[in-house]
Design a protein around this ligand. Sequence first.
Ligand SMILES: *Cc1c(COP(=O)(O)O)cnc(C)c1O
Length: 360
Amino acid sequence: MIPFLDLGAAYRELKAEIDAAIHRVLDSGWYILGPEVEAFEAEWAGFCGADHAVGVANGLDALILALRALDIGPGDEVIVPSNTYIATWLAVTAVGARPVPVEPDPATHNIDPARIAAAITPATKALLPVHLYGQPADLDPILALARQRGIAVIEDAAQAHGARYKGRRIGAHGDVVCWSFYPGKNLGALGDGGAITTNSADLADRIRVLRNYGSRLKYRNEVQGANSRLDPIQAAVLRAKLPHLDAWTDRRRAIAAAYAEGLRDSGLILPHVPDWADPVWHLYVVRSPDRAGLQKRLAEAGVGTLIHYPIPPHMQAAYAGLGLAPDALPLARQLAEEVLSLPMGPQLALADAVRVMSNV
Ligand SMILES: *Cc1c(COP(=O)(O)O)cnc(C)c1O
């Protein structure tokens, strides 16, 4: 059996370090925020090349708090990719704003910058690109458009830990960058976790206050905040894993290179990497017009695959109220019908990747 992703193997590889980190927190007697969270925030900001990092409870909250910190709410519009995980849209609707979807570049599956200008209205307050599958979105035209129109850029980097755009790590290109440390992400906790990074001291400060009941001083509540704090046990786990992240990304790159070479003549559409992109291969997503047949063949050979994502947000029951017909966003719909994610992760042996390919 070749699982899609083996989280237990990732834990076993660093068991001694992770166990020690968890026990350090247990012994400290400090279980909310505090030194472990602050140390991780400094280390994560450093890794991302950002001035500030603020730990929060999960990736969805990171997006929600970023939108709130920018005072985005009812009556406002936010441009989102049509092809993304639903969390990107859920954050926008959670603050009462309207998600305005833009179709992807079919080569990269990421938001197509050339289609954004037409979707901007006087109500648009932010552009929210996603670095899907660990592949950076084309940020320069997005940032240029945002500056020209005086609107904010929030990046959903939940799949892009360590990815580079034009040589510089994702972490502070836009106004706020939102991270998830869900266990399956490239940097994953052993439970939920999230963060924002930014070069704006003001936005970092607002989010720091918002994540903790709107409070800077205990029992003084400046704004109606949330309880969305990064757990110190998870911060300690993330600190144990972070020094290994680049090496683990290199292993993902080796598997992606093997897939690209070995599947060149398979007839599948393979990921396209623009020359300015340095992806971190959160997922290795291929496209096939016979996705069901391919997935069945692999399953029969004991190879686990997943679909990211089978139903695009605009076709979810949750968004029936937006009144978007399935074909209102035909590219998102088509990708959802054709994509398949092959096994990928730092603990996947290259020999197993070869076995995956022999069953494609
Ligand atoms: C995982 C993910 C999120 C949400 O992160 P959680 O920590 O699960 O809340 C948001 N956006 C994208 C693109 C994701 O992959």
